[in-house]
Design a protein around this ligand. Structure first.
Ligand code: SF4
Length: 472
């Protein structure tokens, strides 16, 4: 079935479920684990559930359907899922709650087996390639009260025009491609999300134009490897383009022209694919934030080789230098895995060395844990847990001292801040973010929400800056 027909079929199921649910005042809850791509998938799940007549609740106890959108990148996600499933058993016995589990973890056969065996009361299991079929799967459960297992092992299609309920009305996530071809040896993503598939440029531009018309000011382009956008489709080699778009760089330039959009971010690029045309596009496009998330993973060339990252410590540092030269005021954030198999003390020192040299705005640090099915899990020389933790603490100390140092540089500067609304910790204050993604807290009227305003930074704290309004 063609993708358009598939989506039309699902729209029919949405109507059928909505009819079943009429006048029942039903609720759904959703737990999202993992990355921004999963968050964007959850926004689509929420969109479908709301169109089927469910209203969101934060309490699992109040929900008529509980959806888990899982991640298999970190070990603790499994514990979290099984803990919640245990809690839900009694609630389901009392009120017949429907339980649906989807996402990356459900693409792993051993996980599905475990759920079937130990948690047989789960109603729906769907994978990353069958997310769009939630209406059909749910309808089958409502009609037949039978369990549905809907997982595809082959790469899924790119489905457009699914309903969506976004979590913000000013910042939007826009997935531009699915899957990954890189097979980093610690990572399970290529096995559970399949090979790279890019969305058609027309669909992306139309989505962002619509977002701008609805008042969205910031978009974050999402993909496992955004800078290989359209590469696996070989658009450039085939001489294809759509309104001049045939690569990630040309896509960035086209989005920069959309009226109403004021900030463009993207995650994550791969350092090995950071081509000059992308650097030039970032330099030339005024709306692209000059904060680049550039995943390092390790600063050691030996470990990078074991990780199958396809760049060296020196190449990473050269890339950073090149960008610093070409893009005024560019700053970086990164991801680092501590304690990958084979990491020696001197390898770890190399990681610290890169952190000292680049001076990242933020470092997302992870302790390596084996993922079943990846080459990393089978490697010898796994690092003992206590050494991993020791190294992690050392890195954390360095990163925090650098953040503190770096934050001081903001004091007295005037920053353009996109106002998100009231601060969660102090509702008398407003909160927003700088172009470099720093949280700023300040006093101001609620009407400032959704605007980009000038704020002078007056003091710094580890995880936020304090400021005062200069102009609106
Ligand atoms: S680039 Fe590497 S780390 Fe990122 S999703 Fe692909 S395999 Fe995983």
């Amino acid at each position: 079935m063609k993708t358009i027909e598939q989506i039309n079929t699902q729209k029919e199921y949405i109507k059928k479920v909505k009819n079943e649910n009429q006048n029942k005042n039903l609720h759904y809850s959703i737990l999202t684990m993992g990355c921004r791509l999963n968050e964007n998938d959850s926004e689509k799940l929420c969109g479908m559930l709301e169109q089927m007549g469910y209203t969101k609740t934060e309490n699992f106890e109040d929900a008529d359907i509980c959806v888990f959108n899982t991640c298999c990148v970190r070990e603790n996600a499994e514990d979290k899922l099984f803990g919640k499933l245990g809690e839900l058993k009694k609630i389901k016995e009392k009120k017949g709650t429907i339980i649906a589990i989807g996402g990356c973890m459900m693409q792993e056969a051993h996980m599905v087996e475990k759920i079937n065996k130990s948690y047989p009361y789960v109603d729906i299991i769907f994978g990353t390639h069958t997310l769009h079929k939630l209406p059909e799967d749910l309808y089958k459960v409502l009609e037949n009260r039978k369990k549905v297992r809907d997982i595809l092992d082959i790469d899924g299609e790119v489905y457009e025009n699914l309903p969506i309920k976004r979590t913000s009305n000013i910042q939007a996530n826009v997935t531009i491609m699915y899957g990954c071809n890189n097979f980093c040896s610690y990572c399970i993503v290529p096995y559970v999300r399949g090979r790279e598939r890019s969305r058609h440029p027309k669909d992306i531009i139309e989505e962002i134009t619509k977002l701008a018309q609805e008042g969205y000011k910031e978009v974050t382009l999402l993909g496992q490897n955004v800078n290989s956008y359209l590469r696996s489709e070989k658009w450039k080699e085939k001489g294809q383009d759509w309104n001049g778009i045939n690569s990630f760089a040309t896509l960035l330039r086209a989005i920069n022209k959309i009226d109403g959009i004021e900030r463009i971010r993207f995650v994550s690029p791969h350092p090995k694919d950071f081509t000059d045309d992308v650097i030039e596009a970032i330099r030339d496009c005024n709306k692209i934030c000059k904060l680049i998330h550039l995943p390092l993973q390790s600063g050691s060339t030996n470990v990078l080789k074991l990780m199958n990252r396809k760049y060296t410590k020196e190449q990473y540092l050269e890339l950073v230098q090149k960008m610093k030269k070409q893009i005024p005021n560019v700053v970086f954030t990164t991801d680092i895995i501590v304690g990958f198999a084979g990491e020696t003390e001197s390898d770890f020192e190399d990681t610290l060395d890169v952190v000292k040299k680049v001076k990242f705005e933020q470092v997302f640090m992870f302790i390596y844990s084996k993922r079943v099915g990846t080459p990393g899990a089978k490697m010898e020389n796994q690092v003992p847990e206590e050494i991993k933790h020791k190294r992690f603490n050392k890195l954390k100390e360095l990163v925090e001292s650098q953040i503190e140092e770096n934050n001081k540089k903001y004091i007295g500067t005037i920053q353009k801040v996109l106002v998100e609304g009231k601060s969660k910790n102090n509702p008398k204050m407003l909160t927003g973010r700088t172009e470099s993604n720093k949280v700023v807290i300040f006093e101001g009227k609620e009407e400032l929400k959704d605007k980009i305003i000038d704020i002078q930074i007056v003091s710094e704290h580890m995880w936020y800056l304090r400021g005062k309004v200069i102009s609106c």
